[in-house]
Write a new protein. Structure first.
Length: 226
């Protein structure tokens, strides 16, 4: 199994596997957050029930540790692959050729996009995880998930930061999803076109669900202040 860390193909496989797992988590997390909107409209408490279910329970803690491991591995391998590609270009990186039209902007800026995504993740952990699951782990009473969402997205600066984060995440996902499928071997002309289309659709759905929560609660706070 040493080829997973010693070879270029192995590193790309690790990136693709961890990335695919993280995309599935994002889909789950976005779907979970949408419940908060329905709660606000219908006066229900489904989101609070989900937060309680995913609190300091053993299965939630195992999932959190596993998720953290996937994120760390994905980040480390991203920097390794970027450094590898940088060295491989050699003197070509100092040339000023015209960019090939088929090379996507997201593909050329995956590291920068990834850094923005990581910074946004840090902000998200500070705003929610550090005030919900972490206090419960330490034996304190956690804050209400619904109240945290309402407060966080009533602040315009958090809204701006999250929109920038989500935009970077969209570009990162649109390239990352089809790139992972390419690594897994679905790289013929027919399937690559399909996977690029699927990547755009899946990424857009995930980001729109997150953005809807941000904008809905920001709009609700503005309506209350009017």
């Amino acid at each position: 199994m040493s080829w997973l860390s010693s070879s270029s193909i192995g590193r790309k496989v690790v990136m693709s596997v961890t990335g695919t797992c993280l995309v599935l988590f994002l889909l789950f997390h976005a779907s979970m957050n949408i419940v908060a909107i329905f709660d606000s409209i219908n006066g229900t408490e489904g989101y609070e029930a989900i937060c309680e279910f995913l609190g300091a329970n053993w299965y939630a803690l195992v999932g959190t540790v596993g998720l953290g491991f996937l994120v760390c591995v994905h980040i480390v391998y991203a920097f390794i692959l970027n450094a590898q590609n940088y060295r491989a270009r050699g003197q070509e990186r100092y040339a000023i050729p015209g960019r090939q039209k088929e090379v996507e902007w997201a593909s050329l800026n995956m590291l920068v996009l990834g850094i923005i995504v990581v910074l946004g993740l840090g902000l998200h952990l500070f705003n929610f995880w550090a005030k919900m699951q972490l206090p419960e782990i330490l034996g304190y009473y956690p804050e209400s998930g619904t109240e945290l969402i309402e407060y966080t997205f009533s602040q315009w600066y958090f809204v701006v930061a999250y929109i920038i984060w989500l935009a970077a995440l969209w570009f990162h996902l649109t390239h990352g999803i089809w790139s992972a499928m390419h690594t897994f071997g679905w790289n013929n002309n027919i399937w690559m076109k399909r996977w690029k289309c699927i990547a755009n659709i899946a990424s857009t759905i995930i980001i729109l669900m997150f953005a809807c929560v941000v904008l809905y609660f920001f709009g609700s706070s503005c309506a209350c202040c009017a």
